[in-house]
Design a protein around this ligand. Structure first.
Ligand code: 6GU
Length: 221
């Protein structure tokens, strides 16, 4: 998979792509990530990328030209162009699975107070990562990229995302490791019983219980 990210702040991504699982996935060529500062595509003599809004109002609006030219330079036959915006489709695990099947993704990070509405015409999808407002799409695109990359074949141990929270609309069951007793808190007996059928049933029931308590909305899906 190839992920191209359009941003005015490529330096924000350094830590995310040079650490942990993302770093390894890139090194092992499971994914290729490129950052593009669309300011470099601006035809304005001062490399301007924004202007005042028609009709008046506060703030600056990202202009079409640099983003259109940057997307057109990168776009291939099977490219999915995604805009990160607080008014986009709420991002969910199901979308991560769909996007993990794509060959090439372009993520466009909006910034400042907004972007020219016509930028939406070159996008296949608009995503929001939640009901709160960020200063820009950068953090959102990191969230989307991270959640996709971990699903790519060979990035994390096969099967280890089978039990992720949100698969089957259930939250994860509780897990424990050594020691068996820590500050008088004991690991549930069933987990050391060796009875795999019982363990499976216990985990399912715990998932269900936690989901009912914390996210009853998931069970209605
Ligand atoms: Cl994708 N962008 C911004 N700026 N704020 C957000 C968001 C995206 N998703 C939630 N809040």
């Amino acid at each position: 998979m190839k992920i191209d990210i359009l941003t005015l702040f490529p330096e924000m991504f350094e830590g995310v792509f040079s650490s942990s699982i993302m770093k390894r996935a890139i090194e092992e060529k499971k994914v290729e990530v490129s950052l593009h500062n669309f300011r470099d595509y601006s035809k304005d003599p001062h490399h301007k990328v924004d202007d005042t809004p028609y009709g008046g109002g506060n703030g600056m609006v990202l202009t079409c030209q640099p983003i259109f030219d940057c997307v057109e330079a990168l776009k291939k036959e099977n490219t999915k162009v995604i805009l990160l915006t607080p008014d986009g489709t709420p991002y969910q695990q199901g979308i991560a699975y769909q996007l993990a099947k794509e060959e090439h993704i372009i993520l466009i990070c909006g910034h400042y107070e907004g972007f020219d509405e016509r930028i939406r015409t070159i996008c296949d999808m608009e995503l929001s990562i939640g009901d709160y407002v960020l200063t820009g799409g950068e953090l959102a695109s990191m969230v989307v990229a991270d959640s996709i990359v971990r699903l790519l074949p060979g990035v994390i141990e096969e099967g280890s995302h089978q039990n992720d929270s949100f698969n089957n609309n259930l939250l994860d069951y509780p897990t424990y490791t050594k020691p068996r007793v820590f500050r008088e808190m004991e690991v549930p007996e069933v987990l050391v019983s060796g009875d795999h059928k019982k363990i499976e049933e216990y985990r399912y029931q715990e998932s269900l219980k936690k989901t009912k308590q914390r996210r009853p909305d998931l069970l209605e899906k």
